[in-house]
Design a protein around this ligand. Structure first.
Ligand SMILES: [Zn+2]
Length: 271
């Protein structure tokens, strides 16, 4: 769709529109957003806005160029993805070779790197060379969920665009708090771990949600301590649980897999 239709982040799309119209497009962007945000669709719509001649700066969504971009068969647009859990050096190497081609349709080559945050360090170092010496007209879009996985040298050469920081609304916070409560009830009812695990898989889909759950749990435990009503838990157990939550938060910050960190925490709380 046209960038105009992204009413959720108008400030961002206006900024991009102005950059395109004024010929100030950067050669590399990181589009950062949670799992729930279709970064690939946004990247394509951004590319339309750059290349469309009917409605420059927004994309018309119906001309030949816009349609080709939408279908992923625009000749000068190269898209790569992680093959299993990571985006490998060889894929970036192939992309670099493609970007050396002279653009066939216009004056720009475009690269969309999906799952950029899963690039191996070797792949990142390889990409760095392209970011350091980009060919004229080349635009590289890195799509990422956990930008902290990217090397600082990569970050420093890209403009970071956050998609949908509006998702951290109060309503979401309330939902997270209520999931923390629900989770504690399940644990306290003595449910089997596999049952809890299924629930976690469904509710916690990325690191940010894992952090939010930890915040919710900690608040819950602290409220119980302050309120004097500790439910079925003894005071010492609650204090111990708060320490477990803090340890899990340190694990997440140290880049331990979020699923592992949360499951480990649940086992400790339940044990
Ligand atoms: Zn168009």
């Amino acid at each position: 769709m046209s960038l105009k239709q992204y009413t959720g982040f108008t400030r961002l799309t206006e900024r991009l529109h102005d950059a395109i119209i004024n010929g100030k497009i950067s050669h590399a962007y990181i589009l950062e957003g949670d799992t729930g945000i279709d970064k690939e669709a946004f990247a394509k719509d951004f590319v339309k806005a750059i290349l469309c001649r009917e409605e420059p700066g927004y994309g018309c969504d119906h001309c030949r160029i816009c349609r080709k971009i939408e279908h992923g068969n625009y000749e000068d647009m190269y898209m790569v993805k992680a093959d299993d859990s990571s985006l490998k050096d060889a894929v970036i190497s192939g992309l670099q070779a493609d970007l050396k081609n002279k653009p066939a349709g216009g004056d720009r080559n475009i690269a969309i790197i999906c799952d950029a945050d899963t690039m191996t360090v070797r792949a990142q170092n390889r990409l760095l060379k392209t970011l350091e010496e980009p060919n004229a007209g080349t635009v590289i879009l890195l799509l990422s969920e956990n930008t902290e996985n990217l090397l600082p040298t990569i970050l420093s050469r890209c403009i970071v665009l956050r998609l949908g920081n509006y998702t951290r609304s109060l309503q979401n916070q309330a939902e997270e708090q209520s999931f923390a409560k629900e989770l504690m009830e399940i644990i306290e009812s003595g449910a089997y771990f596999c049952e809890i695990k299924d629930k976690l898989t469904k509710e916690i889909k990325d690191r940010k949600e894992a952090f939010a759950l930890l915040d919710g749990l900690e608040r819950l435990f602290r409220d119980r301590l302050l309120g004097g009503s500790t439910g079925s838990l003894r005071k010492e157990q609650i204090i111990r649980n708060i320490a477990y939550v803090e340890a899990a938060r340190r694990d997440l910050l140290a880049n331990v897999n979020y699923k592992y960190a949360i499951r480990n925490l649940v086992l400790k709380i339940g044990g």
